[in-house]
Each structure stands twice: as structure tokens, then as C-alpha cells.
Design a protein around this ligand. Structure first.
Ligand code: ATP
Ligand code: MG
Length: 255
């Protein structure tokens, strides 16, 4: 059995500066991984390398055992990996339903011939209705995305991300800019819609991290310095020293 996602000796340089410095990581199918680390550590760059937005300088990226480094983002998406961005990527002038339907139809479009595509429209509509429910936007179904609240737009964005049925989902700071209440609601939503999927999410809030993750990957200065269960990462002296310190103590104390 291969890993859902595997990184082997991955590096990325911008000019002479090596930003990602030899990352090895093996994620089992169905695991939820929180990627943490200080600002500028290379978390988003890592996601860009995985999703094909950036090409590695050296090393390998494997999705379900298949090499994907060097492939285009849409090819990687087709193979079952979807990501959301720090910036919301939804169509503002389309309704919630229409946005989600785009995601569903797009995924059907490349998997089927046109005739089968047409016969699958009913399926697509059903799947879209299910997504509307999953992301909790039933009452906003026909509202234009531009008129949603910020938190609702992020929920829609998660829906668009999972619409194609990808098995590996990357989320880069999905709760950024949300209130405490919005964040806990949103984390529950993320947990629910990624059941049975593999999730990697960049997150700064340690309370969220410890509540969500099966494993934590600690990225410091372009390296993964720890990859383990929350309890083990909490107890890891190297992590404490390099990065976590008081924020972990706070999370443990329930702040
Ligand atoms: N296209 C680029 N060209 C040059 N340098 C870049 C490029 N993209 C990122 N960097 C640099 O790479 C480093 C890592 O950036 P990255 O955005 O991956 O960090 P991050 O861990 O996601 O940080 P944050 O928590 O602030 O989002 C930073 O020093 C950044 O300036
Ligand atoms: Mg980032």
C-alpha cells in the first residue's frame, strides 16, 4: 500500500536561496495533518510544490504512489488532489448553487465523454444539492457569492474545493480572519466534509491544531523538524525550542 501523499528529499530554491531544504514526509490515507511553523518557514511554498503551482528544484512528490512533481496543477487535480488558497477563489457573480455546480460539472467534464456528460447532469445537480447541505448553506443556496458573509464565502470555497471528489485536500490557513466562534464552527465543517479523505491544513491557532489533527508537521526554516501525533509534538524538546514554547503550554492549559 502506498501513501496518500509522499514527499522525498524535496527542495525548492528561489535564486540562490534554498527555501525548502530537503523535506521527507509520508502521509497515510485518511489522516488529518496540521502543518505549523513560523511565518516565512515555507508552509505555503510546500503546498505550492505539492499542488503543482511551483516545480521542485529537486526531489519527488507522489500522490497515491504516482509521481506528480512536474505535472500541471489541473493534471494533479485530476489525479485527486485539491487545494484552496489563502485568497478566496469563487465566482462573485454566481450563486452558491452555481459556484458549487461549476466545481461538480468541471470534474465530470474531464471524466466523461460529452454524451455521458449530458446524461450525468441529473447526477451533477444532485451532487451539488448535497454539497450545498454539506457546507451548511441551504438557506443561502440562491444568494450571489459576493453577498455572503466572509465566513460563508470560506465555507463555499471549501465546497468548491471538495466538489471534484478529490481524496487529498490541502487548505492554507482556512480560518484566517475568522472570529473564535466562526473558527470553531468552520473547523467542525472541515472535519465533516473531509471524513474519509486525507487533509493537510496550515493553521496558526494551536487550539485548532490540537483539536483537529491526527498528526502535526512542524516546518521551521524550510525543514520538517517534527512529524508526529499532537501529544508527541507537544513533548518534543526540539519543537519547543525552535518554535512552539508558550503557545503549546497555552493550548494545553485550554486557553
Ligand atoms: N516566488 C517567490 N520568490 C522568492 N521568494 C519566495 C517566493 N515565494 C516565497 N518566497 C519566500 O519563501 C519563504 C517561505 O515563504 P512561505 O510563503 O512559503 O512561508 P509560510 O510558511 O507560508 O509563511 P506564512 O505563515 O507567513 O504564510 C519566505 O521567505 C518567502 O519570502
Ligand atoms: Mg503561508
Amino acid at each position: 500500500m502506498s501513501y496518500a501523499l509522499e514527499l522525498k528529499a524535496l527542495t525548492k530554491s528561489f535564486g540562490k536561496t534554498e527555501i525548502i531544504r530537503g523535506v521527507d514526509l509520508a502521509v497515510n490515507a485518511g489522516e488529518r495533518i496540521a502543518v505549523i511553523g513560523p511565518n516565512g518557514a515555507g508552509k505555503s511554498t510546500l503546498f505550492n510544490l505539492i499542488s503543482g503551482r511551483l516545480t521542485p528544484s529537486s526531489g519527488e512528490v507522489l500522490l497515491n504512489g504516482e509521481r506528480i512533481d512536474g505535472k500541471k496543477p489541473y493534471e494533479i487535480n485530476r489525479l485527486g488532489l485539491a487545494r484552496s488558497f489563502q485568497i478566496t477563489n469563487i465566482f462573485p457573480k454566481l450563486s452558491v448553487f452555481e459556484n458549487l455546480r461549476c466545481g461538480v460539472l468541471w470534474s465530470l467534464g474531464y471524466r466523461y465523454t460529452f454524451l455521458r456528460f449530458l446524461s450525468n447532469l441529473d447526477d451533477a445537480n444532485e451532487r451539488t444539492e448535497e454539497l450545498v447541505r454539506q457546507v451548511g448553506l441551504e438557506r443561502k443556496r440562491d444568494v450571489l457569492a459576493v453577498n455572503l458573509t466572509y465566513a460563508e464565502q470560506r465555507a463555499l470555497e471549501i465546497g468548491v474545493t471538495i466538489a471534484g471528489g478529490a481524496s487529498v485536500i490541502l487548505l492554507d490557513e482556512p480560518t484566517a480572519g475568522m472570529s473564535k466562534t466562526e473558527t470553531s464552527h468552520f473547523i467542525a465543517l472541515i472535519k465533516e466534509v473531509t471524513i474519509g479523505k486525507t487533509l493537510l491544513t496550515v493553521e496558526h491557532d494551536m487550539g485548532v491544531v490540537f483539536g483537529l489533527a491526527d498528526k502535526i508537521a512542524v516546518v521551521v526554516y524550510g525543514e520538517v523538524i517534527a512529524f508526529d501525533t499532537p501529544a508527541a509534538v507537544r513533548a518534543n524538546a526540539k519543537v519547543q525550542e525552535a518554535y512552539l514554547g508558550s503557545s503549546v503550554a497555552d493550548a494545553q492549559a485550554g486557553h
